[in-house]
Design a protein around this ligand. Structure first.
Ligand code: AMP
Length: 489
């Protein structure tokens, strides 16, 4: 039944010239076939399998790395994007699909998701949850860009956002996760990486860069001259040949970092080295959004040697994913000071790369093991172990941002894992790992080189027999591990 006030509202909408202008009224449209709008695509046929494959692996990756799903609306207040992405960026100045609703609200189709995720984090009081809050999403995004290879007006992104973790390990984990996710669907990639500093050191860098470009004003393109006045970092995105030459000699942001940013960056690189992540420092990488601080990175398909030698295949140079830190964004949007970071993958670009790569995908196994660590050296070792297990197809979980064993075992219990692997200082020195049976609480030492085969045996037994699980005994407060309690295998 239509209520009176709804009818009145409908009448009002019909009489509203803005609403009518949005409707197709040309009678000739009846006689022609409709097509997708320019820069927008239907996904079907063979590609659907690739989409499902990516979605399945993304979901598995999200679970392993402890992300919860969040879906935000496709429409948001335009001001949210203008405020966060910033005036002077291509997205805000030229690319947003914006309009006014019948009710007079100024809204935009989302051009990206970090701003909306941060809006949601604040709106739902998520700072009251245990930190970090890790969220992931998958969905359509809209930018009124010039359609070309790898650049659509409606495209899809898959993304991971981490709120409430300032550690460089969080940056490293996001990159490791991205390399692994793409590797799991057969794409070999490199990480391009830079640090653009924080509110303390970036102004100095911007001054140096502005000064340098002013000195070379006569040699740069017209667009860069405009950028120089509006958003000088964007000059580093320019691909014009003349500007490339100027860019090569420009001051680099890493040279202007303050001590805290330098330390963050160095520790990040150490974590990446620890896991042999293929990264390249890219001093001109700034990424065009205003909210980034410190780490910025992009994931690119590794160029086949032949293509690299010929200088061809520009499409493969397009980033499959990009991300960075945004430590000031939550506060900027009215929340408490909360560090944050995230990554977004362009799904169409990833699917295109899958098409070009031959891939075989291992099926995920049902039961997972949890990796727990005690102390900094153990954390590094556990980080490595985590990757090794995933490489071997052993489903894993972790909570690296927690320090205490008790807190980590609580997470392991909540995940209902049958086994937790514990790495402490002693285990690092002895090249061993403790396997804790979460049902009985029994802990056993296993030599590192026997660990994989031991876990494979145990998990295949478990996955073959649907065991009825009983709750693990209560967890004692943290205390040093007592080797006498442990039966040596
Ligand atoms: P950004 O949100 O600009 O950091 O982009 C993250 C990722 O989304 C990029 O690395 C691309 O893979 C993808 N992407 C961005 N813009 C487009 C577009 N117009 N068409 C297709 N993919 C895009």
């Amino acid at each position: 039944m239509i209520k009176k006030h709804d009818r009145q509202k409908n009448e009002k909408g019909r009489n509203d010239p803005r609403a009518q202008a949005a409707l197709p009224i040309d009678p000739a449209v009846k006689a022609r076939q409709f097509q997708t709008l320019r820069g927008m695509k239907d996904v079907f046929g063979e590609d659907q399998h690739r989409w499902f494959l990516l979605e399945k692996e993304a979901r598995r990756s999200a679970e392993d790395y402890g992300f919860q799903w969040m879906e935000t609306p496709m429409l948001e207040e335009s001001a949210l994007f203008v405020k966060t992405i910033g005036r002077g960026t291509d997205i805000v100045d030229q690319e947003m699909f914006s309009f006014e609703t019948q009710g007079g609200e100024k809204v935009s189709l989302r051009p990206e998701n970090t701003a909306a995720m941060v809006r949601a984090y604040i709106q739902h009081g998520m700072w009251t949850q245990p930190q970090p809050v890790k969220l992931w999403y998958w969905g359509p995004f809209f930018r009124y860009d010039r359609p070309q290879a790898g650049r659509l007006r409606e495209f899809h992104q898959l993304g991971f956002e981490v709120l409430g973790d300032a550690s460089p390990l969080a940056d490293a984990l996001l990159m490791i996760q991205a390399v692994e996710l793409l590797g799991s669907i057969g794409i070999t990639v490199d990480v391009e990486l830079n640090s653009i500093g924080c509110t303390t050191c970036r102004p100095t860098y911007i001054e140096q860069l502005t000064q340098y470009y002013r000195e070379h004003r006569s040699s740069i393109c017209a667009e860069c001259k405009k950028r120089l006045g509006k958003n000088v970092l964007r000059v580093l995105d320019c691909k014009e040949r003349g500007c490339e030459r100027i860019k090569a000699e420009a001051p680099q942001s890493v040279d202007a970092l303050c001590e805290a940013c330098k330390d963050h960056f160095m520790r990040l690189l150490e974590y990446l080295d620890e896991r042999d992540v293929p990264y390249m420092l890219q001093p001109t990488l700034v990424r065009g959004l205003d909210y980034y601080t410190r780490t910025v990175f992009e994931i690119v398909v590794r160029e086949p040697e032949a293509a690299a030698a010929s200088g061809a295949a520009p499409a493969s140079k397009l980033a499959l994913a990009g991300g960075g830190r945004y430590d000031g964004l939550v506060e900027f949007l009215g929340g408490r000071p909360t560090p944050g970071l995230g990554i977004a993958f362009g799904i169409e670009r990833v699917i295109h790369a899958v098409r070009n790569a031959a891939s075989t995908v291992p099926e995920p196994v049902e039961k997972r093991v949890f990796v727990a660590q005690l102390g900094e050296a153990a954390r590094r070792s556990a980080l490595k172990l985590f990757g090794k297990l995933r490489q071997q197809g052993i489903p894993v979980a972790h909570s690296f941002s927690k320090d205490g064993l008790k807190a980590q075992l609580e997470v392991a219990n909540a995940l209902k894992v049958p086994y937790t692997l514990i790495v402490g200082q002693k285990e690092v020195l002895d090249h061993t790992v403790l396997i804790r049976d979460m049902e009985g609480g029994v802990q056993e030492i296993v030599a590192e080189d026997r660990l994989i085969s031991e876990l494979q045996r145990r998990l295949s037994e478990l996955n073959g027999v649907k065991a009825v699980r009983v709750p693990a005994p209560p967890i004692e407060p943290d205390e040093p591990l007592d080797p006498e309690d442990i039966e040596v295998l």
